[in-house]
Design a protein around this ligand. Structure first.
Ligand SMILES: *[C@@H]1O[C@H](CO)[C@@H](O)[C@H](O)[C@H]1NC(C)=O
Ligand SMILES: *[C@@H]1O[C@H](CO)[C@@H](O)[C@H](O)[C@H]1NC(C)=O
Ligand SMILES: *[C@@H]1O[C@H](CO)[C@@H](O)[C@H](O)[C@H]1NC(C)=O
Ligand SMILES: CC(=O)N[C@H]1CO[C@H](CO)[C@@H](O)[C@@H]1O
Length: 433
């Protein structure tokens, strides 16, 4: 039986916002920096932010989740954390309340402990797990170098090993770091815990390189021989929307063009249905390549065929259908020519992907158009988006997400300024105020 002493202890242990270690003499709130690695077998991006372990980056995820020890701290159902948790849960495990009557904070007992529904972003499976506190470790940064280590606790859901098995385990990860604007996402908890902005920057690496992420605000600087300014000054911004049906991040796209030839897709076919939550253009860090609904895919492939009609074809290389003779196509500093893809935004401008992000080299002689037709083997997403922009298309660009303002920005492919996401200077810097 619980005594009131035990209960008090549990509540004390679960208090958020306790900075447990910092050696910054003046306690200036600073953003934190983590390295991003890409697992080449699963194409997942991971960060080593859970003390000693890696979590998979999931741009639209509402929660942090990871495996827990059998003995872990529980959070009372009546705490404010648990209320937020329950709100965010509606996106997954659509009928948890029918299978669970006593663990989700709805019980009138003050002794019940809070649970949440961690999910596997690759297959959409979810399960119930306790909410607990988990230590995180990263370095404070001025946007140029790491400065000093910072440890802080977050609330995370315990995920059963079975849920996080498969690809997540083979990527060397023990859980998922959700980056959405919900209260229990990683950027929201870093902001609350360290007193920094609810803004983050991602620079996803290609191949086997490492990139960098900064949570808590700018600036963000990469070493470049061609540009000495702050890389984040090159970012241009556009609106993002959260789909209320699945909590994920969408952008408002009205057209797609290949090498400036408009594909035959109407703005209506790309639109997000705000009521039903279907359609729309979602951004994902767990889809390895951009996935297009079959009608949109065919229209885009027709535009590719028309623009590259004079380049000899090569056999398909699944999951890619359209492949070309790499020697005939040639190469530029920003990747293969003639294969830029524009996503035209409703409020003006384009999100433009250059050859390095639209063509993938599958062997010495073969370059394939790196967009995939939606089908049984592509990622499972609640709400059926028209397009899911995936990781390969987002690599080697500086992406900034400002969750307060509801905007996202991109620098475009960094090869233009002769740098890549692997050029963050990870040697120690000197803290200055
Ligand atoms: C902090 O930065 C140093 C220097 O780059 C690095 O050795 C260390 O692993 C970093 N710590 C974390 C938690 O990322
Ligand atoms: C964002 O959307 C609003 C209208 O909803 C529009 O006025 C504004 O120009 C947009 N901003 C950007 C950066 O696209
Ligand atoms: C956006 O892309 C379309 C299609 O390639 C092009 O016609 C248009 O000029 C671009 N707009 C801007 C502002 O670059
Ligand atoms: C986004 C996501 O993974 N949604 C899943 C939430 O849970 C329901 C029910 O299990 C699934 O059908 C969804 O795919």
């Amino acid at each position: 039986m619980y005594s009131s002493l035990v209960l008090t202890l549990i509540i004390l242990l679960s208090l958020p916002c306790t900075l447990i270690a910092t050696n910054d003499p003046n306690q200036t709130p600073r953003p934190i920096l983590v390295r991003i690695s890409k697992d080449t077998s699963t194409s997942l991006y991971t960060i080593p932010i859970k003390t000693g372990s890696r979590l998979v980056l999931d741009l639209g995820g509402p929660l942090l989740s990871s495996t827990c020890l059998a003995a872990h701290v529980n959070i009372p159902c009546r705490s404010s954390v648990c209320a937020a948790e329950i709100q965010e849960n509606r996106w997954n495990c659509s009928s948890p309340s029918s299978t669970n009557t006593n663990g989700a904070g709805r019980s009138s007992s003050s002794l019940c402990s809070c649970s949440a529904y961690p999910y596997n972003p690759l297959d959409g499976r979810c399960a119930r797990g306790d909410v607990t506190t988990t230590p995180m470790l990263a370095n404070a940064t001025d946007g140029v170098n790491p400065l000093y280590p910072v440890a802080f606790p977050v609330h995370a859901a315990c995920a059963p090993a079975s849920l996080l098995g498969g690809s997540l385990a083979s990527a060397g990860a023990v859980g998922v770091a959700g980056l959405s604007d919900s209260p229990l996402s990683l950027p929201s908890q870093v902001a609350a815990s360290l007193g920094v902005a609810r803004t983050f920057a991602l620079c996803l690496p290609g191949g086997s390189g490492t990139g960098a992420a900064i949570f808590g605000g700018g600036p963000f600087r990469l070493f470049s021989v061609a540009y000495t300014g702050i890389t984040s000054d090159l970012v241009s911004y556009f609106n993002i929307t959260r789909n209320a049906r699945n909590g994920r991040i969408y952008i408002d796209v009205v057209g797609i063009a290949v090498n400036q030839r408009g594909a035959d897709v109407s703005p209506e076919s790309l639109a997000l249905d705000a009521v039903g939550g279907r359609g729309g253009v979602m951004i994902s860090t767990v889809a390895p390549y951009t996935v297009l609904r079959p009608d949109i895919y065919r229209a885009v492939i027709d535009a590719v065929d028309a623009e590259l009609a004079f380049i000899p074809r090569m056999p398909a290389s699944p999951p890619f259908e359209r492949c070309f003779d790499a020697w005939a196509l040639g190469s530029t500093r920003v990747g293969p020519p003639l294969s830029n893809v524009d996503f035209t935004l409703r409020h003006g401008g384009n999100l433009t992907f250059l050859g390095a992000n639209t063509m993938v080299q599958v062997n010495e002689r073969t370059l394939c158009f790196a967009f995939v037709e939606m089908g049984p083997t592509t990622p499972v997403i609640d709400g059926s988006p028209a397009v899911i922009i995936g990781g390969y298309q987002l690599e080697n660009q500086l992406l900034v997400f400002d969750l307060e303002k509801g905007i996202m920005g991109s620098s475009g492919l960094l090869f233009w300024i002769r740098t890549t996401c692997s050029n963050f200077d990870f040697s120690w810097g000197i803290p200055r105020n």
